[in-house]
Design a protein around this ligand. Structure first.
Ligand SMILES: Cc1ncc(COP(=O)(O)O)c(C=O)c1O
Length: 374
C-alpha cells in the first residue's frame, strides 16, 4: 500500500461541484481583485472567528508582517516568538524591520512556553507572536496576562490551527490580531497562495486594508503600501471549503485518536500531547523519536514501505545555515526543547480524506519499526 502525505485532489473531488460553481461565478462576474467574492469570504471568515473584521491577503507571511506594521511595530522594536516554527514566523518579524527574539517552547505542546517570555522582555519589546503549532492553541491566557502586564501586542500566528480553540478562549479573542495561511497544505487551503488577518481592532483593519492595496482606500489616492490582496478566485474556493472546515477538523481529530490508540505503548517515540480541554485540529500528527539519531531511520523505513512521512521542522531557525542573514535576532535562555523537537519530529500522514485502512497501515509500519529499533 502507498499512503500519501496530502489529500488535495481527494478533497477537490469531494467538493468539486461547489468549487467549480464558485470559480465560474467569479469568472462570469468580471471582477477578480477586491471584488464581491472577496467581500463575501471576508464576512464569512470574520463570522467564523466571531471577530469584527477579516482581511484577505496574498499569503500567511504577509499577514504577519502587515499586522505588525499596522500595530506600529518596526525597526528598533523587538518581537518575541520561538525557533521551532515554520521559517515565515521569524521572517515576517524581519520583513517588518524588527528584531526577532526567540525563547524556548513548552516541553509537551511545543508551542511557546509562557514561562520563558518575561526573561526576554526589554524596554524595546513590542509584541509576542505565539504560534498555534501543529493545530493546537498556545497558552493564550498566560500569554495575554504577560502582554497586559508589560503593555505588549499579541499576534497569533494561526497558519496551522484554524477552528482550534482553547479550553476557555477562541482564536482572535485574546490577541490584537490573528493571522492565517491558506496555502493548500493548511487545514483550510486554496489551490495557490492566500492568507488573512482577523481582528477586533478597527484601526488594524483599516490600516491593513490600505497597506495591502498600494496604500489606497480611495481611487488614485495613495500612501506607502504594497500589493498583497487575496484574489476573488481563491476567495471563491475558500468560501466553499470554510463551510466544511469544522467537520474536516473533526475527521482529523478522529484519525488522531486512531493513531494514538494504535501507537500507544511503543518504546521509541512519544505521541502528540493535547492540552486538556483544548480543541487540537491536528494540522500535523507529530511523533518524536526518543533519540535524535533514530529520526531519519524512521523516516527512511516509512518511505521504503510506501508511507510519505515528513519532518516539521527539522532544523530550528537559529540553526539554519547563515542565520541570521544580517538581520537582528536574539536567543534568550536555553532552547533545548525547541532543538529536541527539531531533531526528533516525524509527521505522519494526516488529512481528513485519509481512510482508516491507510491509518492502520501506517500504524502497523511504525510499530514494525519500533519493534526492530533498540
Ligand atoms: C506557522 C506558519 N506561519 C506562517 C506561515 C506562512 O504562510 P504562507 O506560506 O502562506 O506565507 C506558515 C505556512 O506556510 C506557517 O506554517
Amino acid at each position: 500500500m502507498k499512503v500519501g502525505f496530502y489529500g488535495h485532489v481527494r478533497q477537490y473531488h469531494n467538493v468539486k461541484k461547489d468549487i467549480d460553481a464558485n470559480i465560474q461565478k467569479v469568472l462570469e462576474s468580471g471582477e477578480y481583485v477586491t471584488g464581491p467574492m472577496l467581500k463575501q469570504f471576508e464576512k464569512e471568515l470574520a463570522d467564523f472567528h466571531g471577530t469584527k473584521f477579516a482581511i484577505g491577503l496574498a499569503n500567511g507571511t504577509d499577514a504577519i508582517w502587515l499586522a505588525l506594521m499596522a500595530l506600529g511595530v518596526g525597526p528598533g522594536d523587538e518581537v518575541i516568538t520561538h525557533p521551532n516554527t515554520f521559517f515565515a514566523t521569524v521572517e515576517a518579524i524581519w520583513i517588518a524591520g524588527a528584531t526577532a527574539v526567540m525563547v524556548d517552547c513548552d516541553q509537551k505542546t511545543r508551542c511557546i512556553d509562557p514561562a520563558r517570555i518575561e526573561a526576554a522582555i526589554t524596554p524595546k519589546t513590542k509584541a509576542i507572536i505565539p504560534v498555534h503549532l501543529y493545530g493546537q492553541c498556545a497558552d493564550m491566557r498566560a500569554i495575554r496576562k504577560i502582554a497586559d502586564k508589560h503593555k505588549l501586542f499579541v499576534i497569533e500566528d494561526n497558519a496551522q490551527a484554524i477552528d482550534a480553540a482553547g479550553a476557555d478562549f477562541r482564536i482572535g479573542e485574546l490577541s490584537d490580531a490573528a493571522t492565517t495561511s491558506f496555502i493548500i497544505q493548511k487545514n483550510l487551503g486554496t489551490n495557490g497562495d492566500a492568507g488573512a488577518v482577523v481582528t477586533n481592532n478597527p484601526e488594524v483593519d483599516r490600516k491593513i486594508r490600505k497597506l495591502r492595496n498600494h496604500g489606497s482606500d480611495k481611487r488614485s489616492c495613495h500612501s506607502y503600501g504594497f500589493n498583497s490582496r487575496l484574489d476573488d478566485l481563491h476567495a471563491g474556493i475558500l468560501s466553499v471549503k470554510l463551510k466544511h472546515i469544522h467537520e474536516w477538523n473533526d475527521l482529523r481529530r478522529k484519525l488522531a485518536v486512531r493513531y494514538t490508540a494504535g501507537l500507544k505503548g511503543a518504546a521509541n517515540f512519544t505521541l502528540p500531547y493535547e492540552t486538556p480541554g483544548h480543541r487540537h485540529v491536528f494540522h500535523l500528527y507529530v511523533v518524536e523519536t526518543k533519540k535524535a539519531a533514530q529520526r531519519d531511520d524512521l523516516l527512511k523505513f516509512l518511505s521504503d514501505n510506501g508511507v510519505d512521512a515528513k519532518s516539521h521542522y527539522p532544523i530550528a531557525i537559529h540553526k539554519q545555515e547563515g542565520y541570521p542573514w544580517g538581520k537582528q535576532a536574539r536567543i534568550v535562555g536555553s532552547v533545548a526543547n525547541a532543538e529536541q523537537n527539531a531533531a526528533c519530529c516525524v509527521s505522519l500522514p494526516m488529512f481528513p480524506e485519509l481512510t482508516n485502512e491507510e491509518v492502520d497501515y501506517v500504524i502497523a509500519k511504525v510499530l514494525e519499526w519500533d519493534k526492530k529499533t533498540k
